[in-house]
Design a protein around this ligand. Sequence first.
Ligand SMILES: [Zn+2]
Length: 384
Amino acid sequence: MWICDTRLPDGSQADVQIETDRIQAIVPPTNRTGDRRGGALTPGLAEPHVHLDAALLGARAPNRSGTLREGIANWAMLRAGLTADDVNERASATLQQYRRHGVFRVRTHVDTGSAVAVDALLALRDVERTRGTELQVVAFPQEGILRAPQRRRAWEDAVAKGCDAVGAIPHFERTADEGHASVRLAFDLAERHGLPVDLHCDETDDPWSRNLEVACAEAIDRGWKGRVVAGHCTALHGMPGPYVAKVCELVAEAGVQVVVNPLDNTVLQGRWDTGPVRRGLAPVAALWTAGASVGIGHDSVVDPWYRLGTANLLDPAWLLVHVGHLTSEEQMGRVWRALWDDNHRAFGGAPVPRVGERGPWLWWADADPVEILRTRALPERVGA
Ligand SMILES: [Zn+2]
């Protein structure tokens, strides 16, 4: 298959030949008759943060208040009745929706309070490989590990069973000290198993929730650049400017990636604000300026916290452009780029179009990132 005069990620134009996901040739544009002409060619998209164990459950116990608190309560009730078949069917259906939107790498958090969900998602990981999706599973202790000591063993067991990364939820522990301790416990557990860390970090409006700096210090002291992800980090939206600047620099120095989840957090955060209402978003522009890596996650696909998810990463990207004030041409291009570049970091980096490199590869009929975001364009998988 020839894609002619198409834009490559480095901004150049080329004719590209792809067969069975592998790039066979890249040559300067010609007038040859190709299978596609124009547009842009990118790697497949990557999803850095979703909860597949809870996906598609939203209608089973509707969140009547629309709040984080009721979402957690509904999830606890639903979790008790999970079966392997149920988790498998919902997760498989969700991953199929992701593929339809060009997403072939997915990192899911699994609530380690359910051994059923852990086992089901670990088993699904192998099956999904045959369907074309690379699935990673993060051991996520939804209720904390010091607040709920009975959950600590389950969290450790899930990691021992073969999870791909170690999670934690430090802002949900009882005290600031225990939150910080839980971060260190997650790093210790990850170190014992040779795994990366992916925290739900400071997903709160409380500006005194300061676990991100602890995660950065641990990453620096252990030399774990590129091995740590901090998800959400919404507390940053309420902190004084000088502190935000310090933390953003620390994040960059530590090589920690911040993954923002604008769909959930714009509706779940700011609920106690009587005005002005904060937006529930880590300061993406400030993180970029500091040199930090930022990923964009979908977080929820029709789950107890947020029923409006679509498994289309262009939705959180579109919303991020608005609530993050990222509307310069350069910033909108960078948001789109995050989906097929920065979002791959947990998977070892994005494929780069060069001869011999394997995709999957996507073709976008319009090369303009603003048009892609505006229309939530559907990419086409090419040369599969
Ligand atoms: Zn999450």
